[in-house]
Each structure stands twice: as structure tokens, then as C-alpha cells.
Design a protein around this ligand. Structure first.
Ligand SMILES: Cc1cc2nc3c(=O)[nH]c(=O)nc-3n(C[C@H](O)[C@H](O)[C@H](O)COP(=O)(O)OP(=O)(O)OC[C@H]3O[C@@H](n4cnc5c(N)ncnc54)[C@H](O)[C@@H]3O)c2cc1C
Length: 374
């Protein structure tokens, strides 16, 4: 039986293990943390991702605890709707879910012994037929192939290609979850409100709960060190409802800078490849980073199941995935750049253009991203 080692137990690593396991391939996840957990509120699962969950047999379970999203509104800080984009009818829904629920669903598709916790990757060596993985505690494991799903600061990527530090894109992102039962949001609507050098997004995760994110142009800094609530009140307190109410109702706020890397020229060396944020770190502007990791997982598993050698399977996976993920990285970077405009004239121009552009144009573009099938 083929035997794959996966470094990193985030959404990408666990999804890859679940997809491989479903196709009868033995996969072991090595995670450095003492337990598996996803922090960071909720996340969008666009139809391209819920299609992957359907194929893994997990869609119903995830959908049960998620919000079902039908429209995306772009608003001015006064609340005026500049554009209302219908997400469209697909064979699968667009959902917004808690990260912890998604991870729990993926884990339910794996035998527990396939996860090894407290195992921090330190380096690997390849021979003609095997990969030896060395861990910080001195243990060594041997696999037919290794998938690096160790995130945006991937140590495996650093060893293979010498690229470790992602690039800061000039703004920070706060996130939280809050309950809200007022009338300022219609069920199923998601929205992003644009200001000067800042944005506030609201995503419906179901049962009267909303995950929100807020951005602001700031120099690179140690995220989450300052008085986050005070800063959010100062920046967004005068914005339209329910923004101030959501901020006040949030228990725990998480902050991350917006980082990414330009598309990498290669992901694979012999029997080792990259997956998820390790392969294509992306700014969060399209809500597609985790969705891409899910797509990667399924494509990779199918390649391993179909190809006769591990090397050719990994090469095929890379060939199938690099173009699409590179395109999304670049589009996300551009959306963030435009969304973070601060200059008054640029913001007014953006507002006018957005109110006059037909929403159908955006719907058409989104459809191209969401229609993807693995
Ligand atoms: C503000 C924000 C909002 C976002 N919103 C969305 C959204 O709405 N929809 C969406 O699809 N995506 C979203 N994303 C992107 C999404 O969070 C990521 O793309 C996704 O989590 C990547 O998963 P991953 O498994 O590749 O990496 P990670 O989730 O980073 O997991 C990597 C894992 O590897 C482990 N690890 C690291 N180094 C080692 C080591 N040396 N040894 C062993 N283990 C190691 C880590 O502990 C971690 O568990 C958002 C991101 C941000 C920052």
C-alpha cells in the first residue's frame, strides 16, 4: 500500500489525508501543535469548495451548521448599497462555516491513528524510492511521498526552494464572531463595506451568528498586541449598522497581517510537493485560500490514485493546480489593493464606478471561479 506523509494538520493537510484515505491510500498527518484546532472565526466555502466536500461525503454535515449565502453586497460606510451581486444557482451551495466545524468534519473522515500530534517537522531527505522525514524531537519517519501542508511560513518550502518569509501587503485584518438579531442584515446576505483605507465584511454563518472581518492600512506590526477593541471602535464606530453592534458583541478578536507570495515557479521536487498555503499563500480578499487547499487535496489524491509512480502523480498534480491557484493569488492581491485605497479622489472614483457597473459582470467572473470541478 502506498504510504504518504503529510506535514501540517490545518484544513489542507487534514483534507488531503481524508481524500487519500477515501481512495484507499494510507496517509499520516504530522502536526506540531499538541492538538488540532482551527482559530479565526468563520470562513467562506464557495461552491468550488463545497463541491469538494460533497465528493468527500461531508457536505451535508458541514451545511447543517453553516449559513447559506445567496448575495454579496458592496456598501459605502453610510450603508448605501453600491452593488448587489447574486451568487447564482449552482449544483452545491455557497456556505459560511466555523473553521472548527469544518476541521471536525474533515477529521471525522479519518481514523484517529492517522494523526500524529506534537510532531514538528525539521528537515527531509529523499532517496530514489523513499522520503525520510526528521522531526524536532529526533524521530524519523519514512514515506513513499511527502506533502507539505505546513502553511504560509512553510519550513518544507524553505528547505526545497529557499523561500520562507511571505510579503506583507500593507494592511491588517481583524476577525471575530458575534450574534446579531437586528434587522440591518437580511438572511443569506454577505457584505463588504468600503471606507478610506479600510473595509468591514459581514458573513452569515447561520443561527443568528455572523463572522466579520475588518481591515486597515497600517505599517507591518506584531498583530494583536494593542487594544484591538479600542482601535476597532475608533475606526469603525461611526459606520452603518450593524457594524458597531457586531464589534461590541464580539468576545474574542483575532488579528493577522495580510501576507502572500507571488506564484511560485515550482512546487514539486521528486517525491515531495506543496499544498494549500505552503504552495500558494494568498491574501484573504476572495475568501479562497482554504477553498483552494480543499481543491488541492482532492486533485492530489486523484493523481496519486491514478498515476503509476509517485513522482509522476505529484508532477501531474502540480501541473493541474499551479495555473488556477496563481490566478487566484493575483486576483486576490489586486482586489485587496483596490479595496484598501485611501486617497479621497480614488475612493470617490471607486464608489462611482461600483454603483454604475452592472453586477452581472462580477457574477460572470465569480461563476468562472466557482464552476471549477476537480
Ligand atoms: C483573515 C483571513 C480570512 C480568511 N478567510 C478565508 C475564507 O473565508 N475562505 C477561505 O477559503 N480561506 C480563507 N482564508 C485563508 C485560509 O485561512 C487558509 O488558506 C487556510 O487556512 C490554509 O490552510 P493550510 O492547511 O494550507 O494551512 P494552515 O491552516 O496554516 O495549516 C498549517 C498547519 O501546519 C502546521 N505546521 C506548521 N509548521 C509545521 C512544522 N514545522 N511541523 C509540523 N506542523 C507544522 C501548523 O501548526 C498548522 O496546523 C483566510 C485567511 C485569513 C488570514
Amino acid at each position: 500500500m502506498r504510504n504518504v506523509g503529510i506535514i501540517g494538520g490545518g484544513i489542507g493537510g487534514v483534507a488531503a489525508a481524508a481524500a487519500l484515505h477515501r481512495l484507499g491510500i494510507r496517509a499520516t498527518v504530522y502536526e506540531r501543535a499538541p492538538r488540532l484546532e482551527e482559530v479565526g472565526a468563520g470562513m467562506m466555502l464557495w461552491p468550488n469548495a463545497t463541491r469538494v466536500l460533497r465528493e468527500l461525503g461531508l457536505l451535508e454535515r458541514v451545511a447543517r451548521n453553516s449559513g447559506r449565502n445567496t448575495h454579496f453586497l458592496v456598501r459605502a460606510s453610510s450603508g448605501k448599497v453600491l452593488m448587489n451581486i447574486a451568487l447564482g444557482e449552482f449544483d452545491v451551495p455557497a456556505l459560511c462555516t466555523r473553521r472548527s466545524d469544518l476541521l471536525a468534519a474533515l477529521l471525522s473522515a479519518l481514523p484517529p491513528e492517522r494523526i500524529r500530534l506534537g510532531r514538528e517537522f525539521s528537515r527531509l531527505e529523499q532517496s530514489k524510492s523513499k522520503v525520510q522525514v526528521h522531526f524536532a524531537d529526533g524521530c524519523v519517519e519514512e514515506h513513499d511521498a511527502v506533502i507539505a501542508a505546513d502553511g504560509i511560513r512553510s519550513r518544507v518550502r524553505a528547505q526545497l526552494f529557499g523561500i520562507s518569509e511571505p510579503i506583507y501587503r500593507g494592511y491588517t485584518v481583524w476577525r471575530g464572531v458575534a450574534s446579531y438579531d437586528g434587522t440591518a442584515i437580511r438572511r443569506g446576505d454577505n457584505s463588504e463595506t468600503w471606507g478610506h483605507g479600510s473595509r468591514f465584511g459581514i458573513l452569515d454563518i447561520g443561527q443568528g451568528r455572523y463572522t466579520w472581518y475588518a481591515t486597515a492600512n497600517v505599517p507591518q506590526r506584531a498583530a494583536g498586541k494593542d487594544d484591538q477593541l479600542g482601535e476597532l471602535r475608533r475606526r469603525f464606530g461611526g459606520w452603518h449598522e450593524p457594524i458597531p453592534a457586531l464589534i461590541e458583541a464580539t468576545e474574542s478578536i483575532l488579528e493577522n497581517g495580510a501576507y502572500d507570495l507571488p506564484p511560485l515557479p515550482r512546487w514539486t521536487v521528486g517525491r515531495v510537493t506543496l499544498l494549500g498555503d505552503a504552495a500558494h499563500p494568498c491574501t484573504p480578499n476572495l475568501g479562497q485560500g482554504g477553498c483552494m487547499a480543499l481543491e488541492d487535496a482532492l486533485v492530489l489524491a486523484k493523481c496519486v490514485a491514478r498515476e503509476s509512480s509517485m513522482e509522476s502523480a505529484l508532477r501531474r498534480y502540480e501541473r493541474l493546480r499551479r495555473r488556477r491557484t496563481g490566478h487566484i493569488q493575483q486576483r486576490s492581491l489586486l482586489m485587496g489593493h483596490i479595496g484598501q485605497w485611501q486617497n479621497r479622489a480614488a475612493v470617490s472614483g471607486r464608489r462611482v464606478v461600483t454603483s454604475f457597473l452592472p453586477a452581472a459582470l462580477f457574477e460572470h467572473n465569480l461563476r468562472r471561479v466557482y464552476s471549477y470541478e476537480t
